[in-house]
Ligand binder design. Structure first.
Ligand code: MG
Length: 260
């Protein structure tokens, strides 16, 4: 990507938001499909589960719903196919089946390029954070094992923190609050605004959440969806892999960094 394309995206963002400049301090990373190559397992399990219960959800479409709650996805398919929502019991059974299937899948690998990018982010003085709808108990352990010395517990937002989840801006707004608190306790004045952050997302609903939180949102299209699926909800920049974003990070920092 040319530097002037990044500059143009930044100018558009600042003009739309009535902001003067970017001054990046923290980067909020989504987890599934960004840090871990876990989406193909999720998509396949959703498809197989729905088929088991007589419902139709193609694998590619599961990527469109990434970030929705299990109940949300089940109801959407149920209404479309049967004209009514699923009962509590159906939701419970379907989601249980999907979770069991998912737990049998091999553990997802680190997304290629993700660790290299995180090292660069940290070295450039930007604080890396995780904002995910996932609620696995072992999340922090797993992140620490795969990305040693990168993340801190106080700087993570998970399913346990939020009420609504993406595409609601809540998880990213909460990430900004946690960053403020953390920076204040580390001697910064803690007056953080949306222009001090970026969001890195792979899912249409995740991009929607980042944009709704007022944050400059970088889409990384690591799945089978067309780029349009991420650009339409308002992604400010789009890369096709974490490797690509990693290779371009210096240019991104030149345009988004804190240049007083
Ligand atoms: Mg994701």
């Amino acid at each position: 990507m040319e530097k002037r394309e990044i500059e143009a995206a930044v100018s558009r963002y600042l003009a739309e938001r009535g902001l003067e400049r970017m001054a990046l301090k923290a980067a909020m990373f989504d987890m599934d499909g960004v840090l871990f190559d876990s989406m193909r397992n999720h998509a396949r399990c959703w498809h197989e589960t729905m088929a088991h219960f007589g419902l139709d959800l193609p694998e590619w479409e599961a990527y469109m719903h990434e970030g929705r709650t299990g109940a949300g996805t089940i109801n959407l398919v149920s209404v479309r196919q049967r004209g009514h929502e699923a009962s509590e019991e159906e939701i419970h059974n379907i989601y249980k089946y999907k979770s069991e299937l998912f737990n049998q899948c091999p553990k997802a690998e680190r997304m290629p390029g993700a660790y290299e990018l995180l090292l660069k982010v940290k070295a450039s003085g930007v604080v890396p954070m995780v904002v995910t709808g996932s609620g696995q108990m072992t999340l922090l352990d797993r992140l620490n094992r795969n990305f040693p010395d990168i993340f801190k517990k106080e700087l993570m937002v998970t399913a346990f923190d939020v009420q609504y989840g993406k595409p609601n801006p809540e998880p990213y707004l909460m990430g900004m609050e946690k960053a403020k608190k953390w920076m204040r306790s580390h001697g910064d004045d803690g007056d953080l605004l949306p222009n001090h952050f970026v969001v890195v997302e792979n899912a249409p609903l995740g991009v929607e959440a980042g944009v709704a939180a007022g944050v400059f949102t970088i889409a990384v299209n690591t799945g089978p969806l067309p780029d349009e699926a991420l650009l339409t909800p308002g992604a400010n920049l789009l890369f096709h892999s974490m490797h690509e974003l990693c290779d371009e990070w210096e240019k991104v920092m030149e345009c988004l960094g804190d240049h007083k």
